[in-house]
Ligand binder design. Structure first.
Ligand SMILES: Cc1cc2nc3c(=O)[nH]c(=O)nc-3n(C[C@H](O)[C@H](O)[C@H](O)COP(=O)(O)O)c2cc1C
Ligand code: SF4
Length: 838
């Protein structure tokens, strides 16, 4: 029988041996692992150093082996290895690069292994390395691993450009190295040897400009969401040109407006890796000599240049290409030009992927053939400088009382400046026939102000009026919501026209969106256009712009049709509408056409305010509650601005029973919010307006704002606006004033406090019965604002419910989510379409 004890004695033996030698076993195991890891690292580094040195002398080589025999033989490489200090080895970085340079199984067209390009390395001067330069983050050199995503955008009316764009997607890189190269590049990093960097081209994506949301791509590049981190975008735009209406027109308009949008950085696409444009046209019918050949492509190229940084750093990867569909003589045909452009473009893209840089200086990438961005920018600078503060220069102009007419030798009286502070009756006389010829135009067609305003999307009517389609009108046309005036007063934005009969103003407010481009002054000294000319002009201008929106994706047919019947007019835009001597006549024309009038004035012109006839709703901008603040924010030209302001408060009180009077408060954090609740309550108590609209300032990145020290930090969060409104409401109640918080529109950061006159049968009634208003006007008697009260406010518009009409579709820009507002997004910064009129 076998002993029952052997297993137990074996176990004892093993255990004893383990206890005796376990420390030695541990130490040797650890040493073995450490040695193995050190060996692996050294092997890899030896390869790096060898390649690096090799590349300095050798010409580029493809598919180098991991450690070539050549480098083994190279004595320089060996010396380099002996210099390596293992303590400086970044093991984590090495293993990451190895992982990233592994073939991507999802990339079906990838070759068996990553292609290695050894050789010419970009020597990036320290001054061009990414980092802060002149206070701005330089983005023109991209380092490390990244993928390059090419997006091809095209527009086409009769289909030929669409076909070229599709071909481009298919043929990109295929002729030279198979679809979409995958590069593994040796790049020095801080003077230390480093692992290969992997930069892959992802298959290009093709987009028809008519079918995409332009804001998603052309206000900012696609957002780096979780799944697309480390992707650099290259935009290629292929477009025909059309002298007539075409899908290119709204695209161009979008680019131009984005550049001039006061709420958006002027170069919001500067983080693109690069862009290039190709245009198709017909030179025999639309010749270059007349500036017509490929003019749409020229403009697209120009705007993309500006949007990606302009003179100081445009991201133009390769110059504009042009293809002639109908070449005369020996000129190349469209196919040939397109192919040539593609081949050069591929080279430029490849170089970008290899070096992380577009090469050359930003200046060298400036478009010569597409309208010099430099001169455009210089124009803009000049425009800003051309805005002359009339009061500033008045002392410099010699006072002339008469002038000689050279043609007749007769002496004519010098033009008398019309004192804007005189009542309307006198203005009308002074603006009569005999005077007109002596006066200058406020915004002459050949002046820089005219071109500055038209670039910003204004249609200039006559010589001093303007009309512009606001973003909300576009939003409503696409069923994406109206501005706050729908929640508060029932105005549908696609039925609203925004205009001003006077582009001139007597303030220079820090947050004004006019970019310092409109004239300022305290007296009307210009030629005066007749009210009916202005009325016809602004209506035509508005409809023309609406017509251009036909091709914008998402525009709803029913709303598009409705938009050709203007129902409301917001007299705000830029300038001061009551500056216009015939404002009452102009208002009468609006009302006669059953167009309601919302007029905003700046509380600086008491005489005109007093003389103003009926308007559907009368606003005064209350930008501060005390003299010092008002001076700092509005920067008024009138020396007695505070006295004028206070007089206007009294006029508003006088009018409260015959007009719907509104205080418009614009909150600017750090300027007029913190300690001013008491001051605002004093003003409300003095003027007793029917409504107080409180709105967070919208960020306007102009130099005017920057000079005044205004930054995004001055834009309040919606919660801060709401908090201010609650405090103001409490203070009004404490003083025994009958007000309450009636409605809100969180989307545009705006909240409405209303007099309890509009709280009827336990419900807020701030909406307007417009038909009733026109009827009351026709009766010709004085009437009270409560006589044209509309229906009760809908539940969704009440304070606390957000104010977004549930019938509309709420759309967030890519990368922005509902959280932007729910979490208290900053006014004018969170969602799209956050701006609104005066
Ligand atoms: C009504 C019309 C207007 C045109 N206007 C221009 C023009 O201003 N400049 C130009 O270079 N080509 C002009 N062309 C030529 C087109 O741009 C050219 O035929 C282009 O290839 C059309 O592209 P598509 O088929 O993609 O729409 C025009 C063509 C038409 C039919
Ligand atoms: S923002 Fe002004 S112009 Fe635009 S729809 Fe609203 S009221 Fe009209």
């Amino acid at each position: 029988m076998a002993s029952p004890n052997p297993p137990s004695s074996w176990t004892t033996l093993v255990l004893d041996a383990w206890h005796e030698h376990r420390i030695a076993i541990f130490v040797s195991a650890l040493a073995t692992v450490a040695l193995f890891r050190l060996y692996s690292s050294l092997r890899r580094l030896l390869y790096q150093e060898t390649k690096s040195i090799d590349s300095l002398s050798a010409k580029p080589k493809l598919d180098a082996p991991f450690l070539s025999a050549e480098s083994e033989k190279n004595p320089a490489a060996k010396t380099a290895v002996s210099r390596l200090d293992p303590s400086e080895v970044d093991i984590e970085r090495i293993s990451r690069s190895v992982k990233q340079s592994a073939p991507n199984p999802s990339a079906g067209k990838a070759k068996a292994g990553p292609k290695r390009i050894a050789g010419k390395k970009p020597q990036i001067s320290p001054s061009r390395r990414p980092g802060k330069q002149n206070g701005r983050v330089a983005t023109d050199i991209h380092e490390g691993d990244f993928d390059v995503q090419v997006l091809i955008f095209y527009s086409s009316l009769t289909g030929s450009t669409a076909q070229y764009a599709k071909d481009l997607k298919e043929s990109l890189f295929s002729a030279t190295e198979g679809p979409y190269p995958k590069l593994s590049i040796e790049t020095p990093s801080n003077g230390l040897p480093a692992a290969p960097i992997s930069r892959n081209f992802l298959p290009a994506q093709l987009y028809n400009l008519e079918e995409i949301e332009l804001d998603d791509y052309f206000i900012s590049p696609p957002k780096a969401e979780e799944d697309v981190k480390g992707v650099k975008y290259i935009y290629l735009v292929v477009t025909p040109s059309y002298e007539t209406d075409s899908p290119v027109a709204p695209f161009l308009e979008h680019l131009q407006e984005t550049h001039h949008d006061f709420r958006i950085d002027t170069a919001p696409l500067r983080s693109l890796a690069g862009f290039s444009v190709f245009g198709f046209g017909d030179s025999s019918e639309w010749p270059s000599s007349e500036g017509k050949f490929c003019q749409d492509a020229i403009n697209v190229d120009k705007w993309l240049g500006k949007l990606t940084g302009g003179r100081s750093g445009s991201r133009r990867l390769f110059p504009l290409g042009m293809g002639d569909m109908n070449p005369s003589g020996e000129g190349p045909g469209a196919d040939e030009s397109f192919k040539e452009w593609r081949i050069h473009l591929e080279e430029a893209m490849r170089e970008y992927a290899e070096t992380g840089s577009l090469g050359g200086s930003p200046e060298s990438r400036t478009a010569v053939e597409s309208g010099d961005e430099d001169s455009e920018l210089e124009d803009e600078d000049a425009e800003a400088e051309d805005v002359v503060d009339l009061e500033d220069i008045s002392g410099m102009i010699p006072k002339k009382t008469s002038r000689k007419d050279d043609s007749t030798g007769t002496v004519k009286p010098a033009p008398l400046p019309i004192d804007f502070t005189t009542p309307a009756g006198k203005l009308a006389l002074a603006a009569g026939e005999g005077q007109a010829e002596h006066r200058k135009e406020m915004v002459p067609k050949d002046g820089v102000t005219y071109s500055a305003l038209t670039k910003q999307g204004y249609t200039i009517v006559g010589s001093h009026s303007g009309v512009k389609i606001c973003r909300w009108t576009k939003s409503a046309l696409r069923g994406r919501g109206s501005c706050y005036k729908f929640s508060f007063y029932g105005i549908r934005s696609h039925l609203c026209m925004e205009t001003t009969p006077s582009l001139s103003c007597s303030n220079k407010c820090v947050f004004c969106w006019r970019h310092g481009t409109n004239p300022v002054g305290t007296t009307w000294r210009w030629k005066v256009d007749a009210p009916d000319v202005i009325f016809r002009g602004v209506v035509e201008g508005h409809y023309r712009k609406i017509k251009m929106l036909k091709g914008v994706p998402g525009v709803r047919a029913d709303r598009f049709a409705e938009a050709f019947r203007i129902r409301h007019c917001a007299l705000s835009l830029v300038g001061e509408p009551i500056f216009y001597p015939y404002i009452n006549e102009f208002l009468a024309l609006l009302h006669g056409s059953k167009i309601s009038s919302f007029l905003v004035c700046n509380a600086q012109h008491p005489a005109q305010l007093r003389a103003l006839g009926p308007v559907t709703q009368l606003y005064v901008s209350i930008d501060a509650s005390n003299r010092d603040s008002l001076k700092r924010i509005d920067r008024p030209l009138h020396r007695d601005f505070w006295e004028r302001f206070q007089e206007c408060m009294d006029i508003i009180r006088e009018k409260r029973d015959v007009q719907r009077t509104v205080f418009r408060l614009t909150l600017v954090k750090g300027f007029n919010v913190e300690d001013e609740v008491q001051g605002y309550a004093d003003l409300v108590e003095r003027a007793l307006p029917n409504f107080v609209e409180v709105k967070g300032v919208t960020y306007c990145g102009t130099s005017t704002a920057a000079d005044a020290g205004l930054t995004m930090g001055n834009v309040p969060f919606y919660e801060e606006v709401a908090d201010f409104v609650v405090r103001l409401d409490k203070e009004l109640t404490r003083r025994g004033l009958e007000y309450g918080i009636a409605a809100e529109h969180a989307h545009s950061c705006c909240i409405l406090i209303a007099s309890k006159r509009f709280h009827v049968n336990g419900k807020w009634h701030t909406l307007i019965d417009y038909e009733k208003f026109f009827k009351l006007l026709e009766e010709g008697r004085e009437f009270s604002p409560v006589e044209y009260i509309g229906e009760a406010n809908p539940e969704w518009a009440l304070f606390g419910n957000g104010g977004f009409n549930p019938e509309d579709e709420r759309v967030y820009r890519k990368g922005k989510g509902p959280k932007a507002v729910a979490a208290g997004g900053a006014c004018g910064a969170g969602e799209e379409e956050s701006g609104g009129c005066g």
